[in-house]
Write a protein that binds this ligand. Structure first.
Ligand SMILES: [Zn+2]
Length: 174
């Protein structure tokens, strides 16, 4: 009964479910040690992946038997922490910027420019085609020790700006 409830919940909401208990049946460990089972453990990130014959992999978030969560990933530690002070500083630096020209005037040349940088697809709906949007994006690494500034440029030159922690590498490679 509890399991049916969990599976129902899993089907309705996206994974991972942070309010689920961790897997307690040790399926992940057993599967990773079983040579006939195409589950592999990534010790650097503490993640379990389902491997496909062509070399692809899919990360597993939940145990297929008890529906418990996979062990805590170390992936979050691959990115620098951006303090709230730094977020406010970056917000004030960029809050007046509304067009690509203004961004380039204030922030200078981007460290990276992607065309298209962002491609988004609307989720498929009954009887309607998926709508795909592509945008140019600019990335600035040079304005903060810890944060990357990402600028998405719309079709009319208007911009939307976001910040994220800089990539600092896998935990065990530092
Ligand atoms: Zn389990």
């Amino acid at each position: 009964m509890w399991r049916a409830f969990l599976i129902n919940k899993l089907l309705k909401k996206r994974v991972p479910q942070d309010d689920f208990p961790f897997c307690e049946c040790n399926w992940f460990e057993r599967a990773a040690h079983d040579p006939d089972c195409s589950i592999e453990f990534d010790p650097e990130l503490n993640e379990y992946n389902l491997m496909s014959p062509n070399g692809g992999s899919m990360r597993l978030y939940h145990c297929p038997f008890c529906a418990g969560r996979a062990p805590e990933s170390l992936r979050g530690q691959m990115f620098a922490t951006v303090t709230s002070e730094e977020t406010i500083r970056l917000h004030n630096l960029t809050k007046e910027l509304k067009t690509e020209a203004e961004v380039r005037k204030v922030l200078g040349e981007p460290a990276h420019e992607f065309e298209p940088g962002i491609v988004s697809e609307s989720p498929p709906k009954d009887g309607e085609a998926t709508v795909i949007k592509a945008s140019k994006s600019l990335r600035y690494d040079q304005h903060s020790e810890t944060a990357t500034i990402d600028v998405t440029v719309g079709r009319h030159g208007n911009v939307s700006i976001s910040f994220s922690g800089k990539y600092i590498g896998r935990p065990d490679k530092r």
